[in-house]
Structures are given as C-alpha cells and as structure tokens.
Design a protein around this ligand. Structure first.
Ligand SMILES: *Cc1c(COP(=O)(O)O)cnc(C)c1O
Length: 486
C-alpha cells in the first residue's frame, strides 16, 4: 500500500512531508496576522462544504486542502500580535523532533514498546525533579496540566484514604483547599475523583489573589473542626489570569503542620525552574508532595508536553495496574505505564530532551526571563497610559487592563471589554483575551514570546485603544440618535 509508511514508501514519505513543510515555511514567510478574522459561521460553512463520504482526492490534494482550509484560518502563536492565552512560540529542535515522533510513532507505555524512550523520559523526569529540588523524586509525562492536576489529586486522594476500611464513608468528607484564582481543572478533578460537590474550599487571598498562608492554616483547622478531612492544598505557582505565585514556603509549613498533601500547580510558572534571575519565586516548591509543570506553556515546547512530579516515588503506586497482556505483576521490566493514567502515550519527553541538548536550560530560562521583563515594561506602559487602566500586578507575564478614558463610567468600560476583544478578533490583526478579576471584566495580554518587543505590545494596545474609541463613539452616536428620536 503506497500510503502506508514503510521501507517501500520511504521516498514517497520524504516527498510528502517535504512538500508539506515547504508549504508551511511559505506560510510563515508571508503570514502577518495572527488570525484571518473569519467569524464562526464562515469557518463552519467551509468545513461543512467538505463531504467526508465523498470521493477520495488523494494525499497531495488532501494536504493542499489542509493548507487552504486550516492554515489559512489557523491561529498563529508565534506572531507578536498574538497575546491572548498561555500559548508559547515553539523552539525548532522540538518542532523537528515532532517529525521524528510522527514517523516512529512510539508509545511509552511498556518497556517492550519504547525501550530507549523509557530511559530518555526517565532522564527528563529526573532532570525536572532535580530542578524542583526533590532529592529522589519521580514523575511521568502527561497530556497537559489538566491531567497532571488530576493525577496529583488522585494520588492525594489515595494517600488520604490509605488504610481506610470504609472508603465510601470518608470520600464525601474529603476537602481540597485552593484559591479562587486556581485553575478550573482542580474543580474538574474533584468531580472526576468522586468528591462531594462542595469539596473544593477556597481560602482567603491577598490583593493579588494569592493564598494567604495563615488563611490556609485556618481553613485546614476549620475543615477538621467540621469533622471533614483535608485531602490536599493546591497552591498555584503562576495563576492563569493574574500570573501570581502563592507563597509556597509558608503554605508548605501550614501543610506540614496539618499533615496535608501539598500539590503545587506550576503549569504556568514552571519556566522559573530554569530562570537565571527569578528561580527564588519558586522557593518552597521542593516541599510539595506533587507538582504540575506544563512545558508547553513556559518551556517553548509544542503541545503536548506536561508532567506530574512527585517528591516520593512510592506515591505513584496507586496508578499502577497490571494486565497479563501488557505489564504482568511479575514483570521485571521498567514499564512507564505503571506510573501513568494513560496506556498508549506520546513520547513528548523527547522534544524537551532535544531542546535541552540543543539550547541548554540556561538559554530557555533566559528566554522566559525576557518575557517577564517585557511584561514588567508593558505594565508600566499601561499604567502611564491615560486611556488604559491597569488591573493588578503580575509576577509573571500577564497584563490585565481595561480601556477606560476619562469620562467613561465603569459600567461602560466593563461592557467595552468583550466588544474590544471581539473587534480585534474580527479584524484578525491582534488577539487578546478577556477575563473577570474581582468581579469586573478586563482585557488580558499573555506575553510568552521572547521576540516580542515593547513596540509590538504598544502596537497591540494602540489597536485596543482604536477599537475602544470607535465603540465609544458608536455608543455616543446611538445615544444621540435616541435623543433626536425623542
Ligand atoms: C493552563 C493551566 C492548567 C491546565 O493545563 P493544560 O495543559 O491546558 O491542560 C492548569 N493550571 C494552570 C495554573 C494553568 O495555567
């Protein structure tokens, strides 16, 4: 079969992939906007026009169609005008490694399927554990922070239920302490883990939305006083919106005092592990029992690339299940599936391995530092702009703000937030995000591109200002028309 990758199709494989890569390179050379601006109805119509039951068109035509249909309307994270979500531009050694993964198609589950991959992944996991400061940690690559948080909390649940005779009696009493700024995957994990609907308890926060360690201690005490059982405290090292870091060391103290599992969600802040200037922001992370890292957020890795790390390798035991056809109990082979929620699993670790070999950890850390410096400069820029209002301060690389020139009341500024975002999205010229902070909507930039300059950010803010001004003027026109009509 000519379309199956094999020794007989090696030439055809190379030609097909080269053509595809050439087409992508052409796109990269000419694409200047992060998005085409196409509205949902247009995209849907384009996709619906393709009949998957129609006659087959062959590989070259199908790939050309991908170029016209998907690449034309792709969202490009590498452009400086992309400043919406936690999507980083990706480094070339990792992108090229994706081609290796695509062709070899390994699955890092049992040793007999992945051999060398098992040890490469273990090496990258050990490297990460050392960076965290675990003396002898362990861990596993996952599909993302959502799965890493789920696994961390699963391990915490099993720890809390260890030796409990009647699991059903304790399960509804388990409580997870987090902040209102923690990621929504904590709530999802609680649901999947069969915890009570009110299981996630929010503890008091400071002005930046960071957990207060005295509040954590008080919340743990209140849970015990109510006859419930603390299962875990989730501290976030880099909150998704505010880019702030909970005080890890004092929270670790509170957890140690209470004997509660500390999970640190460093999905966003993990880039600090290699930062030459800001590693101290993660001080205390080494005292966590489990840690989530998302290399696809702050290590410039392609999706997916994430891991869950544990301080004590024995804590991974609850996810080990054995099957005669795969990893029998008496197998003495090192099977990664014994540590994972997944069975068939991508060899994402190889991308980070290649990246560390190609660029080195310091270089990655310097790239993340550049992004943090840029964000600090952008904060100052917004703060000094008469028409923009800075909302809070980030320790990482988000910028929260509103378009609100003098004379525009709060209610109107709030209403403008989704409209400005939609206007930019519809133009495709710049992408920004929106969220809600302290009960009020605001716009959000997430800066993750070390090639982006302050001029680039100023350009995006100029587009925000222009869109906001046009919308305010439109509102005035509507108001005038209403006045005339009266
Ligand atoms: C992005 C994020 C997650 C979820 O990670 P995914 O890789 O998107 O699944 C979890 N926690 C925090 C703090 C995040 O920013």
């Amino acid at each position: 079969m000519r379309e199956l990758l094999s020794s007989r199709t090696a030439d055809h494989y190379a030609e097909t992939v080269h053509t595809t890569v050439d087409r992508l390179a052409a796109r990269l050379r000419t694409t200047t906007q992060p998005y085409s601006g196409a509205p949902p109805a247009q995209l849907r119509a384009l996709v619906d026009a393709v009949d998957l039951d129609g006659p087959a068109i062959g590989t070259p035509a199908a790939l050309r169609e991908v170029d016209e249909l998907v690449l034309e309307h792709a969202v490009w994270f590498h452009l400086p005008t992309y400043a919406a979500h936690l999507n980083c531009p990706v480094v070339l050694p990792a992108v090229a490694t994706e081609a290796v993964l695509a062709a070899v198609n390994p699955s890092v589950d049992t040793f007999d399927q992945s051999g060398i991959g098992t040890f490469v992944e273990r090496s990258v996991v050990d490297w990460t554990a050392r960076r965290i400061g675990f003396a002898a940690g362990d861990g596993i690559f996952t599909s993302g922070g959502t799965q890493s948080n789920l696994q961390g909390l699963l391990l915490a649940r099993e720890h809390a239920l260890a030796g409990v005779a009647d699991r059903g009696a304790i399960l509804p009493r388990l409580r997870v302490v987090a902040s209102t700024s923690s990621h929504f995957s904590v709530q999802k994990a609680a649901l999947l883990l069969g915890l009570a609907t009110e299981a996630v308890v929010t503890a008091p926060v400071d002005a930046l939305g960071r957990l207060r360690s005295d509040g954590v201690a008080a919340t743990l005490a209140a849970i015990r006083a109510a006859g419930d059982v603390p299962m875990a405290v989730v501290a976030t090292a880099g909150t998704t919106d505010r880019g702030c870091i909970d005080p890890l060391a004092p929270i670790a103290d509170a957890c140690a005092q209470d004997g509660t599992w500390l999970h640190v969600d460093a999905a966003y802040g993990c880039g600090l592990l290699v930062s030459p200037t800001r590693r101290h922001l993660l001080d205390g992370v080494e005292r966590a029992r489990s840690v989530t890292v998302d290399f696809h957020k702050s290590f410039f890795q392609p999706v997916s690339s994430s891991a869950l790390l544990v301080r004590d390798p024995a804590d991974l035991a609850p996810v080990a299940w054995h099957a005669d056809y795969l990893n029998p109990e008496d197998s003495d082979e090192p099977n990664q599936v014994d540590k994972s929620l997944q069975t068939t699993r991508r060899f994402d670790a190889l991308k980070l391995w290649t990246t560390l070999r190609a660029l080195g950890a310091d270089r990655l850390g310097a790239m993340f530092d550049e992004v943090l410096d840029l964000a600090a400069a952008a904060h100052r820029w917004v703060d000094e702009d008469d028409d923009l209002v800075l909302v809070g301060r980030s320790q990482l690389s988000t910028v929260l703000f509103r378009y609100q020139p003098a004379g525009v009341p709060d209610a109107q500024a709030d209403a403008l937030v989704p409209q400005v975002r939609a206007a930019l999205f519809g133009s495709g010229r710049a992408l920004v995000a929106k969220t809600v902070v302290d009960g009020r909507p605001c716009l959000k930039l997430t800066l993750l591109n070390p090639d982006t300059t302050l001029d680039d950010v100023a350009g995006v803010l100029e587009l925000v200002r222009a869109a906001g001004a046009a919308l305010v003027e439109g509102d005035d026109l509507v108001a005038d028309a209403a006045a005339v009509a009266r």
